[in-house]
Design a binder for this molecule. Structure first.
Ligand code: PRX
Length: 699
């Protein structure tokens, strides 16, 4: 048992100083915005025909308002962001010359610094700020679990207290600033709380989506050398139970077999899905949340972090090799994430905001945890699947919690559309004001359904394009400020200067199509690949010198709107989740009977893209339905269920150039049956393989 401290929670003199210095007055004023509710404002440009006036003046009122600010952000990034950064609390202001960067490898190593010399703590900005300004009783999290009736709300004060308790526990375990902590939790309030607790003391969190397998988790634990892990006993997802603690135990054993024996502590949150008595246990290493956390002191002084100190890492797939740990730092990420959340969703304190992402992905970091809390929003957290127990679940929650902003993935929309409109229209959606999508291109059919059926043609849809690496939304509509077009992410966010390049790396002008790159750095850009700066430079800055390479194709139309056309590298986007073809290939070829594999993405009605695998076995007699099951199992075990191939296509040979490069273009055409679009096959080492592959389709 830990004695409760009597440390006063706030130093009043410091608080007064803070009020003066850091614009809490301004923030409090924002709380009064409700008095303007209902006021009809004269916005002329509505995003969709038939929209009614917004219930309050939008932060950015029109395109010229935006263009003025955007121009400032590009012409004078240091000045622009310094002004924005004043809305956040800094325990020490940044140096005058805070913004230094080099985006050109010809001029030495890629580096990027924002607010250098400044000190802050993101959790102070997410939590203490609101509590200190009298809003501790406002709802911070509104959680709904897998089963109907499993509901919980937490105020900002309660979340702050819990974050502090966990942070104190972490300190008591010897976790220090800069140490990595792995979080493998389902969508419960304790997941963002664990993230914030790490950030409170300057530990670097690495959240691993709790749908990843033991192998994938092991690889991520080893890579960042975590000594400590958060998990839960199990979780129910729809009708299924997932035994997370079992997976964690397996992962730690795998890491140990690979030579990493560093995990010293596992903190386990007990879920009713699997009670304590039935949870596998390693005495001396594993401890229960309920035994360890509630008695800790409810205040923990924040570690004041340098702006460029690491905040978190998040593993993501690339076109080659193992997933990479994308590293984000404190100051730039905080400022841009808070700002993006504020403008993209026109967010004000107290707004009920629901982002359906899981914290295991970047959207769950930026637009579910840090972004909305930096803006004092009340966030809905959802711990189930959208059609459980029936396809009306999401719309029911929107009605129940009076959700104002609903941000989701096109896949979720496509999966719910198929059940018909009645599930939506049975619920009152009049609280909705802004809708958003992220993660993959949205097809106009899904966009129109979102607009017409869900939003009743009165809510703008913000189709936000960005990446794990960019930290926050990069190309996105700002609601109510300009007209949107179904399938276009429209215009760049403040500080973002996208360019479209041709294959030679030349910038194209006006309406055009090519490769999307970014010209100047922005505060929330990743700083490095954890432990491998060379890989960072090579992946993002070597393809086109002087630019950040996104990996996406893009078109710009005559209105200057951007349309993302999908990945141009070997990354597949399955339901908005990135899967590297190389990772799936490496899983498949780890089967002793498998000689070779080539993986591509094919269009899928619901998932956007599906994994399609061409597999060459050592012997033809291995090409059996039972073997397909084994191969599926191996992908599930090494990566996770979401990466399982929808189709395994036996390939006695693969189409390769004479230099041995697999021609995936041809594989894509065969997969979709577009045999008359195969193009030139004369450069193939063995042109005959194409006919053989076609004859093997469906076998
Ligand atoms: O291909 C783009 C696609 O998702 C990729 C980034 O994936 P990830 O790092 O997992 O982050 C997803 C959530 C931000 C991009 O390279 N993508 C993301 N948003 C969109 C999109 N494609 C089209 N439209 C979008 N709005």
């Amino acid at each position: 048992q830990v004695a409760r401290t009597h440390e006063p929670r706030y130093d009043v003199t410091a608080l007064k100083e803070e009020l003066k210095m850091h614009r809490i007055q301004v923030l409090s004023k924002q709380f009064n915005l409700d008095s303007e509710a209902g006021q009809q404002v004269g916005v002329t440009l509505f995003p969709t025909a038939g929209s009614q006036a917004y219930d309050r003046p939008p932060l950015i009122k029109d395109r010229s308002d935006y263009e003025r600010l955007h121009k400032w952000s590009i012409d004078d990034p240091a000045g622009f962001w310094a002004e924005i950064a004043k809305d956040f609390f800094w325990s020490k202001k940044w140096d005058d010359n805070h913004h230094t960067y080099n985006f050109d490898m010809r001029k030495g190593r890629i580096e990027c610094n924002w607010f250098k010399g400044g000190k802050t703590n993101i959790t102070y900005n997410c939590l203490d700020r609101w509590v200190a300004s009298g809003h501790g009783n406002q709802l911070c999290f509104i959680w709904e679990g897998n089963d109907l009736g499993h509901e919980r709300v937490m105020t900002y004060q309660q979340v702050l207290n819990d974050v502090c308790r966990v942070a104190n526990w972490l300190r008591a375990q010897g976790v220090k600033k800069g140490d990595c902590v792995t979080i493998y939790l389902p969508m419960i309030c304790e997941l963002p709380i664990a993230m914030l607790a790490c950030a409170r003391i300057g530990a670097v969190h690495s959240v691993v989506f709790a749908g990843f397998s033991a192998d994938a988790l092991a690889q991520r634990i080893q890579d960042c050398k975590s000594k400590l892990l958060f998990t839960s006993s199990a979780v129910n997802r729809g009708p299924k139970r997932v035994d997370l603690k079992h997976i964690v135990d397996d992962a730690i054993s795998i890491a140990e077999r690979n030579g990493y024996k560093g995990v010293k502590r596992v903190l386990v949150y007990e879920k009713s899905a699997l009670p304590r008595e039935q949870t596998p246990w390693v005495a001396g290493r594993d401890v229960w949340w309920r035994d360890e956390i509630p008695n800790r002191p409810e205040f923990c002084s924040p570690e004041w972090m340098d702006a460029e100190d690491p905040l978190f890492m998040l593993y993501t797939s690339g076109s080659t090799g193992q997933p990479k740990g994308v590293l984000h730092t404190t100051g730039g990420y905080m400022v841009q994430t808070g700002t993006a959340n504020k403008y993209v969703f026109d967010l004000r304190p107290g707004d009920v905001y629901w982002c359906t992402a899981d914290c295991g992905w970047i959207t769950g970091h930026t637009f579910l945890t840090y972004g909305p809390l930096l803006n004092g929003a009340s966030c809905v957290l959802f711990g189930s699947t959208p059609a459980y127990p029936d396809p009306g679940r999401c719309w029911n929650m929107i009605e129940k919690y009076k959700v104002r902003v609903f941000y989701t993935a096109p896949t979720l929309l496509r999966s719910l559309m198929q059940f018909g409109d009645k599930w939506v229209t049975a619920h009152d959606r009049s609280s909705l004001r802004i809708l958003g999508t992220v993660g993959e291109p949205i097809n106009p059919h899904a966009w129109n359904w979102f607009n017409e059926v869900v939003g009743e043609k009165r809510c703008p849809i913000v189709d936000t394009w960005w990446q794990t690496e960019t930290g926050a939304a990069m190309i996105t509509p700002l609601p109510y400020a300009w007209a949107t077009k179904p399938g276009s992410a429209t215009l760049p966010f403040f500080g973002v200067q996208p360019v479209i390049l041709n294959d030679k790396g030349e910038e194209l002008q006006g309406a055009c199509e090519g490769i999307l790159a970014i010209k100047k750095p922005w505060p929330s850009i990743m700083r490095t690949v954890y432990g491998d700066h060379e890989r960072f430079e090579k992946t993002y800055f070597s393809a086109f010198k002087g630019y950040y390479f996104t990996g996406d194709g893009c078109r710009r139309d005559e209105d200057g709107y951007y349309w993302i056309t999908g990945r141009v590298d070997d990354v597949i986007n399955v339901s908005g989740h990135r899967v590297g073809t190389a990772e799936v290939e490496s899983a498949l070829t780890s089967h002793p009977q498998c000689a070779e594999a080539a993986v591509i993405g094919t269009p899928h009605n619901i998932k956007g893209e599906a994994v399609y695998a061409y597999v060459t076995m050592l012997s033809e007699s291995d090409c059996t339905p039972a073997m397909k099951k084994e191969l599926v199992e191996i992908v599930k075990r090494q990566i996770g269920s979401f990466a399982i191939p929808d189709c395994i296509h036996w390939a006695p040979g693969l189409p390769k150039t004479r230099s041995g490069k697999i021609m995936r273009r041809i594989l894509r055409k065969i997969a979709t049956g577009a045999y008359d679009e195969l193009g030139d096959t004369s450069t193939l080492a063995e042109p005959g393989v194409v006919d053989t592959l076609i004859s093997m389709k469906g076998k």
